[in-house]
Design a protein around this ligand. Structure first.
Ligand code: ATP
Length: 387
């Protein structure tokens, strides 16, 4: 990724890979108060978002939350009802789609079935009147990059799904846009191919340094690909952050559940020993220790959350008294190959999900259905969430 240039022309070297942390870095794309209404229906509320040069930024959210509409407004296919979009310092309000420094790769790829790979990729350049020799060179270079050079003479139906996806990517990239917008780019691929293609996409993006904005409803895909993720819900952005931040520090229960799985305990805060706070949860016999950094008050209702992989399960009592420890009984277990998922009913009635890696092929101390177990975790790994 190229270093971000600040407004004064300097480069924040220590922020080279994470310009969003640099208070002096100028965003490459600035979305301010952008909304979109279709008649009486608000598809996008009022979105403010800064995206930096060279980012691989994901818009993540459930069906109908407004991701594609926001992407289409960036492309110029939809006119915002309000607000402004600036790309590389230029206001896009009156700039038509074909004159914007962006290109869009559609979910369906929209390849021309009667044209071979080379002609599909060359199409936009031909239309723009680029010289023949220049077209040949640029098409050759980009096909090399997406590793499709030997397939140049094939028609789309003679390619696999993953190869078709790469043709569409080559066609979008050959015009050297400053920004590439990708709507569910890997949606048509099966799981294995999708994982492989995610890495190819990241590699290509890194080589070219083009800013990518990806729309996806797949949280794993967003986590793998992105420099940052904006989580959308009902037309609004509800959290923006690096993947680890959104996963480890989700702001609300909804975000926490959308990105992975999380156990939540509802109850009231009370003062615990040693100046810490506890959560008294009616469905858990023991008081639950709140993390030290939590912003909470005595008596307040609260939601304490812990990810399943942060919980350790054992048959014997954990020795460390700094740990939160609960007793319970294994209700269900699912073997997933690399890990197992357990559902444990803790004393008091709440069911807690735990995931544990399967480290040994044959595990004689294996925990089974109906076993009495201890669940333990470090209180600092739990979170207090907003509902
Ligand atoms: P998905 O993941 O299902 O594609 P999305 O988050 O991309 O969803 P959008 O396509 O942006 O969602 O649509 C947001 C909302 O706006 C939806 O409720 C949709 O029905 C509505 N909508 C989109 N385009 C139009 C339109 N042209 N006229 C009326 N409503 C529309």
């Amino acid at each position: 990724m190229p270093p971000a240039a600040g407004p004064a022309g300097g480069t924040g070297a220590q922020y080279a890979d994470r310009p969003w942390l640099d208070p002096d870095a100028a965003p490459f794309i600035r979305i301010q108060g952008v909304s979109k209404r279709f008649g009486a229906f608000t598809a996008v509320g009022s979105v403010d978002l800064d995206i930096y040069r060279g980012e691989l930024f994901s818009l993540l959210g459930g069906s109908g939350c407004g991701k594609t509409t926001l992407l289409r407004m960036l492309a110029g296919f939809e006119i915002p009802s309000g607000g402004s979009i600036t790309i590389d310092g230029a206001d896009m309000t009156d700039v038509p789609a074909y004159r914007r420094p962006v290109n869009m790769m559609f979910q369906s790829y929209a390849l021309f079935p009667h044209m071979n790979v080379e002609s599909n990729v060359a199409y936009g350049l031909k239309r723009d009147g680029v010289a023949k020799a220049e077209i040949a060179k640029r098409v050759g270079d980009i096909l090399e990059m997406v590793e499709l050079r030997q397939f140049g003479k094939r028609k789309p139906h003679q390619l696999s799904g993953g190869q078709r996806q790469r043709v569409a990517l080559a066609r979008a990239l050959v015009k050297q846009p400053k920004v590439l917008l990708l709507d569910e780019p890997l949606g048509a691929l099966d799981k294995r191919l999708r994982e492989q293609t995610q890495f190819e996409l990241m590699k290509i993006q890194d080589q070219l340094g083009i800013t990518f904005i990806v729309v996806t409803h797949d949280q794993e895909e967003a986590m793998t690909l992105s420099t940052r993720i904006a989580v959308m819900d009902a037309g609004n952005i509800i959290q923006v952050g690096e993947p680890s931040e959104v996963y480890e520090r989700p702001k609300t229960r909804k975000i926490a559940n959308f990105i992975g799985t999380i156990n939540t305990f509802e109850g009231n805060i009370a003062a615990g020993g040693k100046g810490g706070w506890h959560l008294a949860c009616p469905r858990v016999r023991e008081p639950l220790r709140a993390p030290k950094d939590a912003d909470i008050k005595d008596g307040q209702k609260a939601l304490l959350a812990i990810r399943p992989e942060k919980i350790t399960m054992s048959k014997s009592k954990p020795g460390d008294d700094k740990l939160q420890s609960l007793r319970g009984e294994v209700l269900e277990l699912a073997y997933m190959g690399n890990l197992s998922i357990y559902r444990v009913r803790v004393d008091g009635g709440q069911v807690v999900q735990v995931t544990a890696p399967n480290l040994q092929r044959i595990d004689r101390n294996k925990i089974d259905w109906e076993d009495r177990v201890y669940l333990s975790w470090r209180p600092e790994n739990s979170l207090i969430l907003r509902d």
